[in-house]
Write a protein that binds this ligand. Structure first.
Ligand code: AMP
Length: 614
């Protein structure tokens, strides 16, 4: 049976899906047992796209056509990416779109793609592995802002998924550990992935989760440990890491990650580069101590974020009851030691840190689709939301860490006589001045009848829904003029662009259709087989032996076709079963009719027609 609802951890480095069966979350694995789909894409130039492991495998030989860490680009502007640009071996362009929006594009394999499209390709792969599930919960770092959440949701839609909810990764992790079963307590979730860091403080009370505070850095993770090693080697080699040398960068990154991972288990590991065509041969032994010295500042930064989260949550470190570790980079022994030191208790590491978030997302998906009704999830607004007022000051309507859904209203008036329109500029951020916050969008409430200054009463309402998406509405009370907009981030794709991308992926639509057909036929086959077996047990001895044999053969054919990946043979086998079971169905029907005519109770007989198509 294929799950129709899944939880997806769309990671910087790896992505994976999980689902709930018989009340238990499980990760989706491929035929080889692998759960992780590397978040890597390769465009070999012949029009094809490689996703996941085959893309990662091509990275070294074909770095110009391979792309990693798309999550870092989601919902960001070119200016915000300045720090990363030297390390991204691809051309990143910002193009102007209509309505003053800007859209980021990545040039790879001679074509331009938006980060949303690229993430959608990864999501599509994950989705296919899960048998073409149609509904999903997708997780994001708790610190993701509105634009980044929106970009993730858009990627899901482009991949043909009905995105039930965007959920914070730490919340999902706590769910995976079943910490909701605690009567009450405080949980700290420390999540250090490849490219993002989060620390969240959750409060549990009678099965209800509340995220008290989240703090993090969307540009800090295990990849930075790789970079610290790369920087040492680049110095030794006298190479410039900011030069656009995709092949060399990829070699260095690959070796650095290998060395880092080995040092989680061993005291020493060798960094080796062999590039005969460049006459470059390099060997260096790194000890675990050396790595720890290199990465200590990054780990300190994560701990400072944890302290801020505790402060925002208004709790002391001693009050924390449980600590959960999430993300591949928490396998680094120094990370575990320092986290244990900070919180004064051993963190949970029983579940695979790479799978925890997807497992929790599956639990959340199950809750949302009615599998579990016993739990409520509260989340918080990650950054304050407000409106620019006179003098460029941001008037905050909803404060950071308010529980969602959140609603706030405030009243403004007009500044000059006969002012017929008010411009509303929406910002996100903690700073006082608009120029230091992030613009989320602007709109104009027009059609206000001319009135003296200060006479109009404009009520502005902010509503943040359960997904953290903001709707702003404004109404002038005296005239009744009103309008409402879902704030489209000033950056990213428009509704039309998403629609176009959804329509454009005709190939994927065909594949999706095939996948859905296969699932439906498999479910149908289960039902038909069950009915046929019931029919054979009830009336099999009343039909000729050849008839029984034909049915047995048809059953075997359905079973064989059921495990195949092509819907057509299964459809043919089901047609065969329908034809073979017709005599049995007629026999049962006759028995029911004659029993009824004789006035007997037909209780022991069933009118279920085995195998006959309805
Ligand atoms: P995630 O984003 O959670 O998939 O985490 C990926 C990060 O974890 C990457 O930076 C990996 O290099 C890192 N990672 C995975 N396994 C290990 C390990 N055994 N030791 C250290 N880092 C690891």
């Amino acid at each position: 049976m294929t799950p129709s609802v899944i939880g997806i951890d769309l990671g910087t480095t790896n992505s994976l899906a999980a689902y709930v069966r018989d009340g238990k979350p499980r990760v989706v694995r491929d035929a080889t047992g692998a759960a992780l789909v590397p978040s890597a894409l390769c465009f070999p130039g012949d029009g094809s796209v490689l996703v996941g492991t085959p893309a990662k495998a091509r990275a070294l030989a074909d770095p110009e056509h391979t792309i990693f860490s798309v999550k870092r680009l989601m919902g960001r502007t070119l200016a915000e990416l300045a720090k990363e640009l030297p390390l991204i071996p691809h051309q990143i362009i910002e193009r102007d779109a209509e309505a003053g929006r800007k859209v980021l594009h990545v040039e790879v394999g001679g074509r331009e793609y938006t980060p949303e499209e690229l993430s959608a390709m990864i999501l599509r792969e994950v989705r296919q592995r899960a048998g073409g599930a149609t509904k999903a919960v997708i997780t994001v770092p708790a610190y993701f802002d509105d634009a980044q959440r929106q970009a993730t949701r858009d990627a899901g839609r482009i991949a043909g998924l009905d995105v039930l909810r965007i959920v914070n990764e730490p919340t999902a992790a706590a769910l995976a550990y079943g910490l909701d079963r605690r009567k009450q307590g405080l949980v700290a979730v420390y999540d250090l992935g490849g490219g993002t860091f989060d620390c969240s403080i959750l409060r549990l009370a009678d099965g209800v989760f509340q995220v008290l505070a989240t703090n993090g850095d969307t540009r800090l993770g295990g990849d930075d440990f790789d970079r610290a090693l790369m920087a040492v080697v680049a110095r030794d080699l006298g190479v410039d890491l900011s030069a656009r040398d995709a092949q060399l960068l990829q070699h260095l990154r690959d070796q650095a990650e290998r060395v880092k991972i080995r040092l989680s288990a061993l005291p020493e590991a060798e960094f080796a580069i062999d590039l005969p065509d460049r006459a470059m041969k390099y060997r260096r032994r790194f000890t675990r101590d050396e790595l720890e010295t290199l990465i200590a500042p990054e780990i300190d930064r994560t701990l400072a974020r944890c302290r801020s989260a505790l402060k925002d949550a208004g709790v002391t470190v001693g009050e924390i009851d449980e600590v959960v570790l999430v993300g591949g980079a928490t396998r680094v022994p120094l990370v575990r030691r320092r986290v244990e030191e900070l919180f004064g208790r051993k963190p949970h590491t029983e579940l695979n840190p790479d799978e925890v978030v997807a497992l929790g997302a599956a639990v959340q998906a199950d809750i949302l689709t009615g599998g579990r009704k016993d739990m409520l999830l509260l989340d918080v607004v990650p950054l304050s939301l407000g409106i620019e007022t006179l003098g460029g000051v941001v008037d905050k309507l909803i404060y950071r860490n308010s529980a969602v859904p959140a609603r706030a209203r405030t009243r403004y008036t007009t500044a000059v006589d006969n002012q017929t329109a008010v411009e509303i500029n929406v910002y996100q951020g903690e700073r006082e001045l608009a120029e230091d916050c992030r613009p989320l969008g602007k709109f104009k409430l027009a059609g206000i009848p001319p009135m003296p200054a200060q006479f109009a009463q404009v009520d502005v309402t902010f509503l943040v829904d359960a997904n953290g998406l903001l709707t702003v509405s404004a109404a002038e009370q005296r005239s009744g003029t009103s309008m409402k907009v879902t704030v489209q981030p000033a950056h990213g794709l428009s509704e039309e662009e998403i629609e176009r991308l959804v329509l454009e992926s005709v190939d994927c639509a065909h594949a999706d259709f095939q996948a859905r057909l296969l699932i439906e036929l498999r479910n149908k086959a289960e039902g038909e087989l069950r009915h046929t077996e019931k029919g054979l047990a009830a009336a099999g001895d009343r039909i000729p032996a050849e008839g029984r044999q034909a049915i047995e053969q048809a059953i075997a054919a359905v079973r064989a076709a059921q495990s195949g990946a092509d819907p057509q043979p299964l459809r043919a086998a089901l047609d065969g079963l329908a034809a073979a079971t017709r005599p049995l169905a007629e026999e049962m029907m006759n028995a029911v009719v004659s029993a009824a005519l004789k006035g007997q109770s037909p209780d022991s007989l069933s009118l279920d027609s085995p195998g006959v198509e309805s």
